[in-house]
Design a protein around this ligand. Structure first.
Ligand code: AMP
Ligand code: MG
Length: 478
């Protein structure tokens, strides 16, 4: 199908007008396409070979409206760094409508009712990061919003310096956030709170429509998907950086990519967001912040569900989290079945990685070819004795496997990526793109989409991060 044959629907606009602001995107000056993601095009039923690039640019820049599109920004609130902010909302995101169950949203397309002091824009730097990382996370099997295309422009946007304005067209099955519920609860609009719950169920939990206790079941599913999402992040060394409740998806997706990072070397207290001085959103705090955020959501849902029932669901969080994390680590280590000593074995691996300043991606990748020869693994640590001791235990543990070494290798090479997009790699692509060279962005998209494959030309990106690029300081402004 062609782009101009798409028909969008806007079910969100059937809610009370208090839920949204109908607002037109403000076009950027001299837009140009940086990258297009054919995989995402197919999700909305488009044929890449029939795509007219000018039309796509027009849709991203808000100069071409698709059939049925009625652009709008969504209203929400949220706890930011522990403090409640009564009204946030899409300050620079504008929804276009829905097709094939995907809600299309422009990010960086100008001011809305919710922009507060902001300019409604996004810069090329942060747009490239979101565009590439959401596709990378998807390919790693981690629930996430997706990205369809990215445009740059000659529009000057003021941050710490002048930067280029850009727009990403992103997609999700839902853009509803924990903070969406908080807004209606804290403004005492319980009727609207219930409408939002019904809307979310119809949109994303349709199997719950008309069932008893559906709000409770919906909350239970959010608890589980959030716990599992964060287990995923922990398993690959991903630090989101801004886990405010307005950035928490009501369907357990990774959304709103900001100063995120894949750790360079494993460090449990790692903080990717340099404005987060207390480390509220550090890597090792992510699981407990997930629960804290769910508690805020539970509070917001209290007019619909009794406190005891909410509490019962919240208490399942640690079990969901631990069970899922154990499952993921077991797969990363190529272990077939559960074993009593696993949690201790896994915990000690994390301290081995921390003490040896190990880069976890090349470590697990190298381990995926482990056949008893320890040299390639020992070369990755500054604490070889500890790793040796751990490998002793691992050798013993592997004996309870029934599959062959070859089968284990095959399975592990499909589980442990060769490539994750470290910040320094993204920064190289950004530096080139700011000078209108988009080749690396497009190459990284391919890398992001096939992280388990070999890419000879990009072998260097699979190595531990070079010392001079470690812990790159990222600006939080975006
Ligand atoms: P974030 O932490 O990036 O998800 O943003 C937090 C809130 O600030 C959201 O409501 C955003 O829409 C809003 N926001 C962030 N940057 C801008 C901007 N440049 N203009 C308007 N609103 C913004
Ligand atoms: Mg946000």
């Amino acid at each position: 199908m062609k782009l101009t044959n798409l028909t969008l629907s806007t079910p969100y606009l059937s809610l009370d007008p208090i839920f949204y602001d109908e607002v037109a995107p403000s076009p950027l000056k001299n837009p140009c396409l940086v990258s297009l993601n054919n995989d995402a095009l197919k999700l909305i039923g488009l044929d890449p070979s029939q795509l007219n690039i000018n039309e796509l640019e027009g849709v991203l820049n808000g100069t071409l409206y698709l059939e049925g599109s009625r652009p709008f920004a969504m209203c929400y609130a949220g706890h930011q760094f522990g403090y409640y902010v009564p009204r946030l909302g899409d300050g620079r995101a504008i929804n276009l409508g829905c097709v094939n169950g995907w809600n299309l949203q422009l990010k960086g397309s100008g001011q809305t009712l919710y922009s507060r002091q902001g300019d409604g824009r996004a810069v090329l730097r942060s747009s490239i990061r979101e565009y590439l990382m959401s596709e990378a996370m998807y390919a790693l099997g981690i629930p996430t919003s997706r990205a369809l295309a990215l445009i740059s422009s000659d529009e000057k946007v003021a941050r710490e310096r002048w930067e280029r304005g850009a727009i990403v067209l992103r997609l999700a099955h839902s853009w509803i956030r924990f903070g969406s519920f908080e807004y209606f609860f804290h403004t005492n609009r319980h009727k609207e709170l219930e409408s939002l719950a019904d809307f979310l169920i119809a949109e994303s939990y349709p199997h719950l429509i008309g069932t008893d206790d559906r709000y409770l079941k919906m909350f239970g599913e959010i608890v589980q998907s959030t716990a599992e999402l964060i287990a995923h992040w922990q398993s690959v060394g991903f630090n989101h950086g801004v886990m405010n409740t307005d950035n928490m998806s009501a369907i357990g997706l990774t959304i709103d990519y900001g100063p995120f990072a894949f750790m360079d070397t494993f460090e449990s207290g790692y903080i990717c967001n340099h404005t987060d001085e207390q480390g509220r959103y550090s890597y090792d705090n992510q699981p407990r912040i997930g629960l804290w955020n769910l508690e805020r959501l539970a509070h917001a849902l209290s007019p619909l569900i009794t406190a005891e029932k909410l509490q019962t669901e919240l208490e399942k969080y640690p079990v969901f989290f631990t069970t899922h994390l154990m499952k993921l680590i077991r797969a990363k280590l190529g272990l077939e079945s559960e074993n009593e000593g696993d949690s201790d074995l896994f915990r000690s691996l994390f301290s081995v990685m921390e003490n040896g300043q190990i880069d976890m991606t090349p470590f697990f990748r190298t381990l995926s070819r482990y056949n008893g020869n320890r040299e390639p693994l020992l070369a990755l640590t500054l604490a070889p004795n500890q790793l040796n001791e751990w490998l002793e235990r691992y050798n013993t543990r592997l004996k309870s496997n029934t599959m062959s070494t070859q089968e284990r290798h095959t399975q592990m090479l499909r589980t442990n990526p060769k490539y994750v997009l470290k910040n320094y790699v993204l920064q190289e692509a950004i530096d080139l793109a700011e000078n209108n060279d988009f080749a690396l962005v497009n190459n990284l998209l391919k890398l992001a989409q096939s992280p388990f494959d070999e890419h000879e030309k990009f072998e260097h990106y699979a190595m531990p991060t070079p010392m001079k690029f470690k812990n790159l300081k990222l600006s939080c402004s975006s």
